[in-house]
Design a binder for this molecule. Structure first.
Ligand code: CUA
Length: 155
């Protein structure tokens, strides 16, 4: 088949560009170890209830105004489903799922992550305003999805 010279040149340019992108992606993923954000830790989703710290989900005080909230998500709730911290607190949320993919959206903040079984996802937020912050599941997870929520009270 006859191919015009200009077409050959552009086909070559296109293939070289594609190859260059593949090399850049490959270097990021495999050489530099880039991962999707916040998939910090792997764990066995069938053993969440036996694995610390998720065998005792809850709020732990690390220091003045500094907390960690180890939370589990499951159909159709969070544990714990009510947390309370003083105004000015910085809270790191570590969340894992005991069953299917859930969401973890802290309404009014930029904390919004997927909760994937087998992974622990983390996000940190400093609460400078008092209020009743709603934690919502924003990934459809079954018939009770719309009931899946928790509250963080800041006062
Ligand atoms: Cu969990 Cu929707």
């Amino acid at each position: 088949m006859h191919m015009p010279r200009a077409e050959k040149i552009w086909l070559t340019v296109g293939l070289l560009t594609m190859f260059a992108f593949a090399v850049v992606l490959g270097v990021f993923a495999f050489v530099m170890g880039a991962q999707p954000p916040s998939d910090a830790q792997a764990m066995d989703p069938t053993k969440v209830s036996q694995t610390p710290p998720f065998n005792q989900p809850g709020l732990k005080k690390l220091g003045p105004n500094n907390y960690v909230a180890d939370m589990t998500a499951f159909v159709f709730s969070f544990a714990p489903n009510r947390l309370e911290v003083p105004v000015g607190s910085t809270v790191t949320f570590n969340v894992t799922s005991k069953d299917v993919v859930h969401g973890f959206e802290l309404v009014g903040t930029n904390v919004n992550m997927m909760v994937v079984p087998g992974l622990v996802n983390s996000a940190t937020h400093t609460f400078t305003q008092p209020g009743d912050y709603l934690i919502l599941c924003n990934e459809y997870c079954g018939t009770g999805h719309q009931l899946m929520a928790a509250h963080l009270i800041v006062k």
